[in-house]
Design a protein around this ligand. Structure first.
Ligand code: ADP
Ligand code: ZN
Length: 738
């Protein structure tokens, strides 16, 4: 991108980066660490950026790429993503391209030609492409200023995705003398992080690790009882949204897909048994919003960077916390609230344990068992989900109430002392020689006359019938708690229950046990931690129309809808109703190029909708984001009329005379006008004041100290010498300037 001489000096600085953030990307501010990382890169310090998925890693090299005179190379193993990434940049008006094996010889040659002619700011490459002699030769003859190594964990053998070619990258970067190296990864494991820094030769000071807490993900774990019904209930709350459902096996995927379609949902399957073509088709349909739901095995997800995945469901249990974190991480990259719903059952845990038992290497078995155990601790935790989840990655989470998990939002029931019923259950197991399963034990406890009970003479046991004080569902809960807390285990083959050493302590009365007896109620969710944009009370009808427009444009241009605008952008449009290109630029995610390219299409929809529904534009700058105003002013009311009079150039005193009201009344109307989201020029306001310059200054200082919401503190500060009417004039002036 070309900037005029005066915006770019030799060494670009962070102000220029901020300028690009607003103008090109249409974003308001940097997210945490982006600024530090970009500053480092602009100063040509080799840097490692570790941020969770959706954290905003791409901007860390995209913005420097626009500020550097030379080329930025982005190395990524995810070939399937490159086209979308380049489409996305092109939509922002950035000149970017890619080289990988998916291009036809002509396309490949055309890109080489662009590179030779210095036409590009960014070039995406697969590592093996960069290592090719001809490509490397071509590039080393150019002014390469930045080499960004995406998915940098591929360099580590400890990572889950080691790529041998990545090992050779450090020798390659040496060839570009003028280039700064930036490694990027979402890997949370400290060991892998260290390994990357070592391999790339980076000092600690230049490693930036963001928190792995994904605030916008709601974490919910429920006991799996009737999975299909539970999934359907969940999906009903997410009608029309995009999401992924993970299953254990291919069969399960096929079955659930059919069941969901039969129930009126719009789902496609994805697993390794489907063949490459179908898999790609289904994945594309999902990315392009042609299907809402993908039901998949873990084969799905690498190389998906759809920003608006609104939910991830675990129909079956993942293998360990790392996979779980990675899978839920695919939700909510755009920062909007997204739901993670985990159906847990001990049966699933048993299945995973069974597979672990099949492993030949005892060390591998031990590690897998340990990982499973950590996941169990997460599932069974009676505390904020984020404590165990982030704790796994070495992060200490000590927020009192995250507001975004089933525990913190109060969906989890109370725990009580269940020592006595537990003792009854355990002693029945002991008296029947630990040879029976759950149902038999329960029949004994409840005093059943069933054949098997009588056959084994279990009606003669001292525990026969002593469990009648609890219902079957309550006993089921006791049983779950005993399993959960490793007091009993179920033998996989014969399904008989066995006591663990913990059980002995409880039977001896040396230890008490606490748990939940109450059947888990159907959860009702209260959405709590919304982002600024989500808390806007936007117009759903307009939002739908804008989504449709986005879909039409995306189809025509053969790109994914999110490449045109993200959901947050459409939400803001459906709240602020911008009527001009200029105001469109104030909307989140609208930069110059997108405004030019798509502005008219979207404005057309908004303007027409506003005319039909008699809606007024809201000014974005005048609105405090955290306090959205829900009502629009009716055109016929006084504040609106007064606002228009003032905007037409009349002075406050003139309006007061014309309407035969006090000046203070006009000031009051104008304040209402601004609070409803409109803006007025501030220049002529102080003209309505009778005070002298130095008093005005004093008042402004007092407002600066106390905030301009309340008059009383300012009145007091000025020793009650200035009237409320006068204070209101200055207050209006400050509101208009804000
Ligand atoms: P990552 O590569 O870390 O997974 P991305 O770079 O894809 O994350 O960014 C995730 C989303 O957040 C994208 O939609 C991106 O446009 C958006 N984003 C990134 N930085 C900002 C910012 N400073 N303000 C607003 N949105 C941002
Ligand atoms: Zn919590």
């Amino acid at each position: 991108m070309q900037f005029s001489e005066d915006t770019v000096s030799n060494m670009p600085d962070i102000q220029q980066a901020e300028h690009v953030l607003h103008e090109v990307f249409g974003f308001e501010a940097f997210r945490s660490l982006q600024k530090d990382i970009i500053q480092n890169v602009l100063q040509k310090q080799d840097t490692l950026a570790i941020m969770p998925t959706g954290g905003g890693k791409s901007l860390c090299y995209q913005i420097p790429a626009l500020l550097f005179q030379g080329l930025t190379i982005v190395v990524s193993p995810l070939i399937s993503l490159m086209k979308d990434q380049v489409d996305q940049l092109t939509a922002y008006g950035i000149s970017a391209s890619y080289l990988n094996s998916s291009l036809s010889p002509q396309e490949y040659e055309a890109t080489l030609d662009q590179i030779r002619r210095n036409k590009l700011d960014l070039l995406y490459l697969a590592p093996e492409t960069l290592l090719k002699g001809n490509v490397l030769n071509l590039l080393s003859g150019l002014n390469v200023e930045c080499v960004a190594i995406d998915e940098a964990h591929c360099i580590s053998e400890w990572g889950h995705d080691f790529r041998p070619e990545y090992r050779q990258l450090s020798s390659v970067t040496e060839k570009f003398e003028n280039a700064v190296t930036l490694g990027l990864t979402a890997t949370a494991t400290p060991r892998v992080q260290k390994d990357i820094a070592n391999s790339l030769g980076l000092a600690d000071a230049n490693t930036f690790v963001a928190s792995f807490n994904r605030k916008n993900l709601y974490l919910d774990v429920v006991t799996k009882s009737n999975p299909l019904q539970q999934v359907i209930n969940f999906l009903r709350r997410h009608e029309g949204e995009s999401g992924i459902i993970y299953c254990f096996s291919r069969n399960q995927v096929d079955e659930l897909t059919q069941d969901l379609n039969a129930n009126g949902f719009n789902a496609l399957p994805y697993h390794a048994g489907l063949g490459e073509t179908i898999r790609t088709e289904n994945q594309n349909a999902f990315i392009r919003d042609e299907v809402d739901i993908i039901v998949a095995t873990i084969a799905f997800g690498m190389g998906i960077d759809k920003p608006d995945v609104r939910f991830v469901v675990h129909h079956d249990m993942p293998k360990n916390i790392e996979s779980y974190y990675q899978q839920i991480g695919r939700a909510g990259r755009d920062g909007l609230q997204s739901d993670c719903f985990f159906l847990f059952s001990y049966g699933d845990a048993g299945k995973i344990r069974y597979f672990i038992g099949q492993k030949e290497d005892p060390e591998e078995q031990r590690v897998a068992e340990e990982h499973l155990q950590k996941l169990m601790e997460y599932v069974e935790a009676h505390q904020c989900r984020r404590i165990k989840l982030l704790g796994y990655f070495g992060e200490h989470f000590n927020v009192q109430n995250c507001g975004m998990c089933d525990f913190c939002t109060g969906d989890t029931p109370e725990r009580e002392n269940i020592t006595v019923p537990a003792q009854k259950f355990l002693s029945t197991m002991a008296r029947t020689d630990q040879r029976f399963g759950y149902n038999h034990i329960l029949n004994v406890l409840l005093g059943s006359r069933r054949k098997e009970v009588l056959k084994f003479n279990h009606d003669k046991l001292s525990t026969y019938g002593i469990g009648k004080d609890l219902s079957r569902p309550e006993w089921k809960q006791i049983y779950r708690e005993l399993m959960k807390q490793d007091i009993i285990v179920r033998e996989f083959e014969h399904k008989s229950l066995k006591l663990t050493p913990k059980a002995i302590e409880i039977l001896k009365g040396n230890q008490e046990i606490f748990g939940v007896i109450e059947e888990p109620a159907q959860k009702t969710r209260t959405k709590s931690s919304k982002s600024d944009i989500e808390s806007l009370d936007f117009n759903r009808d307009l939002f739908k129309l804008l989504k449709k427009k986005r879909m039409d444009l995306a189809r025509k241009q053969g790109v994914a809808p999110f490449i045109i605008f993200g959901d947050s952008t459409l939400i803001e449009m459906s709240y602020y109703y911008p009527q001009s290109k200029e105001n469109l630029l104030g909307i989140h995610g609208v930069g110059r190029a997108k405004s030019k390219k798509y502005g008219d299409d979207f404005l057309g929809v908004i303007v027409e909708f506003c005319q039909q529904h008699d809606l007024e534009e809201r000014s974005k700058s005048a609105l405090p984001k955290s306090k959205p105003i829900k009502k629009t002013l009716n055109r016929n009311n006084r504040p609106y009329q007064v606002g228009q009079m003032y905007k037409s150039g009349k002075l406050i005193s003139e309006i007061a005379a014309e309407l035969d009201v006090k000046k203070g009344t006009v000031v009051g109307y104008l304040q209402k006008f601004i609070r409803a989201g409109h803006s007025i020029p501030s220049k002529q306001i102080l003209e309505a004041s009778e005070l002298e310059e130095k008093d005005l200054e004093k008042i402004q200082k007092a407002f600066a100290k106390h905030g301009h919401e309340m008059l009383r503190p300012v009145f007091d500060e000025l020793e009650e010498k200035i009237s409320y009417d006068e204070l209101r004039v200055v207050q209006l002036y400050l509101m208009a300037r804000n």
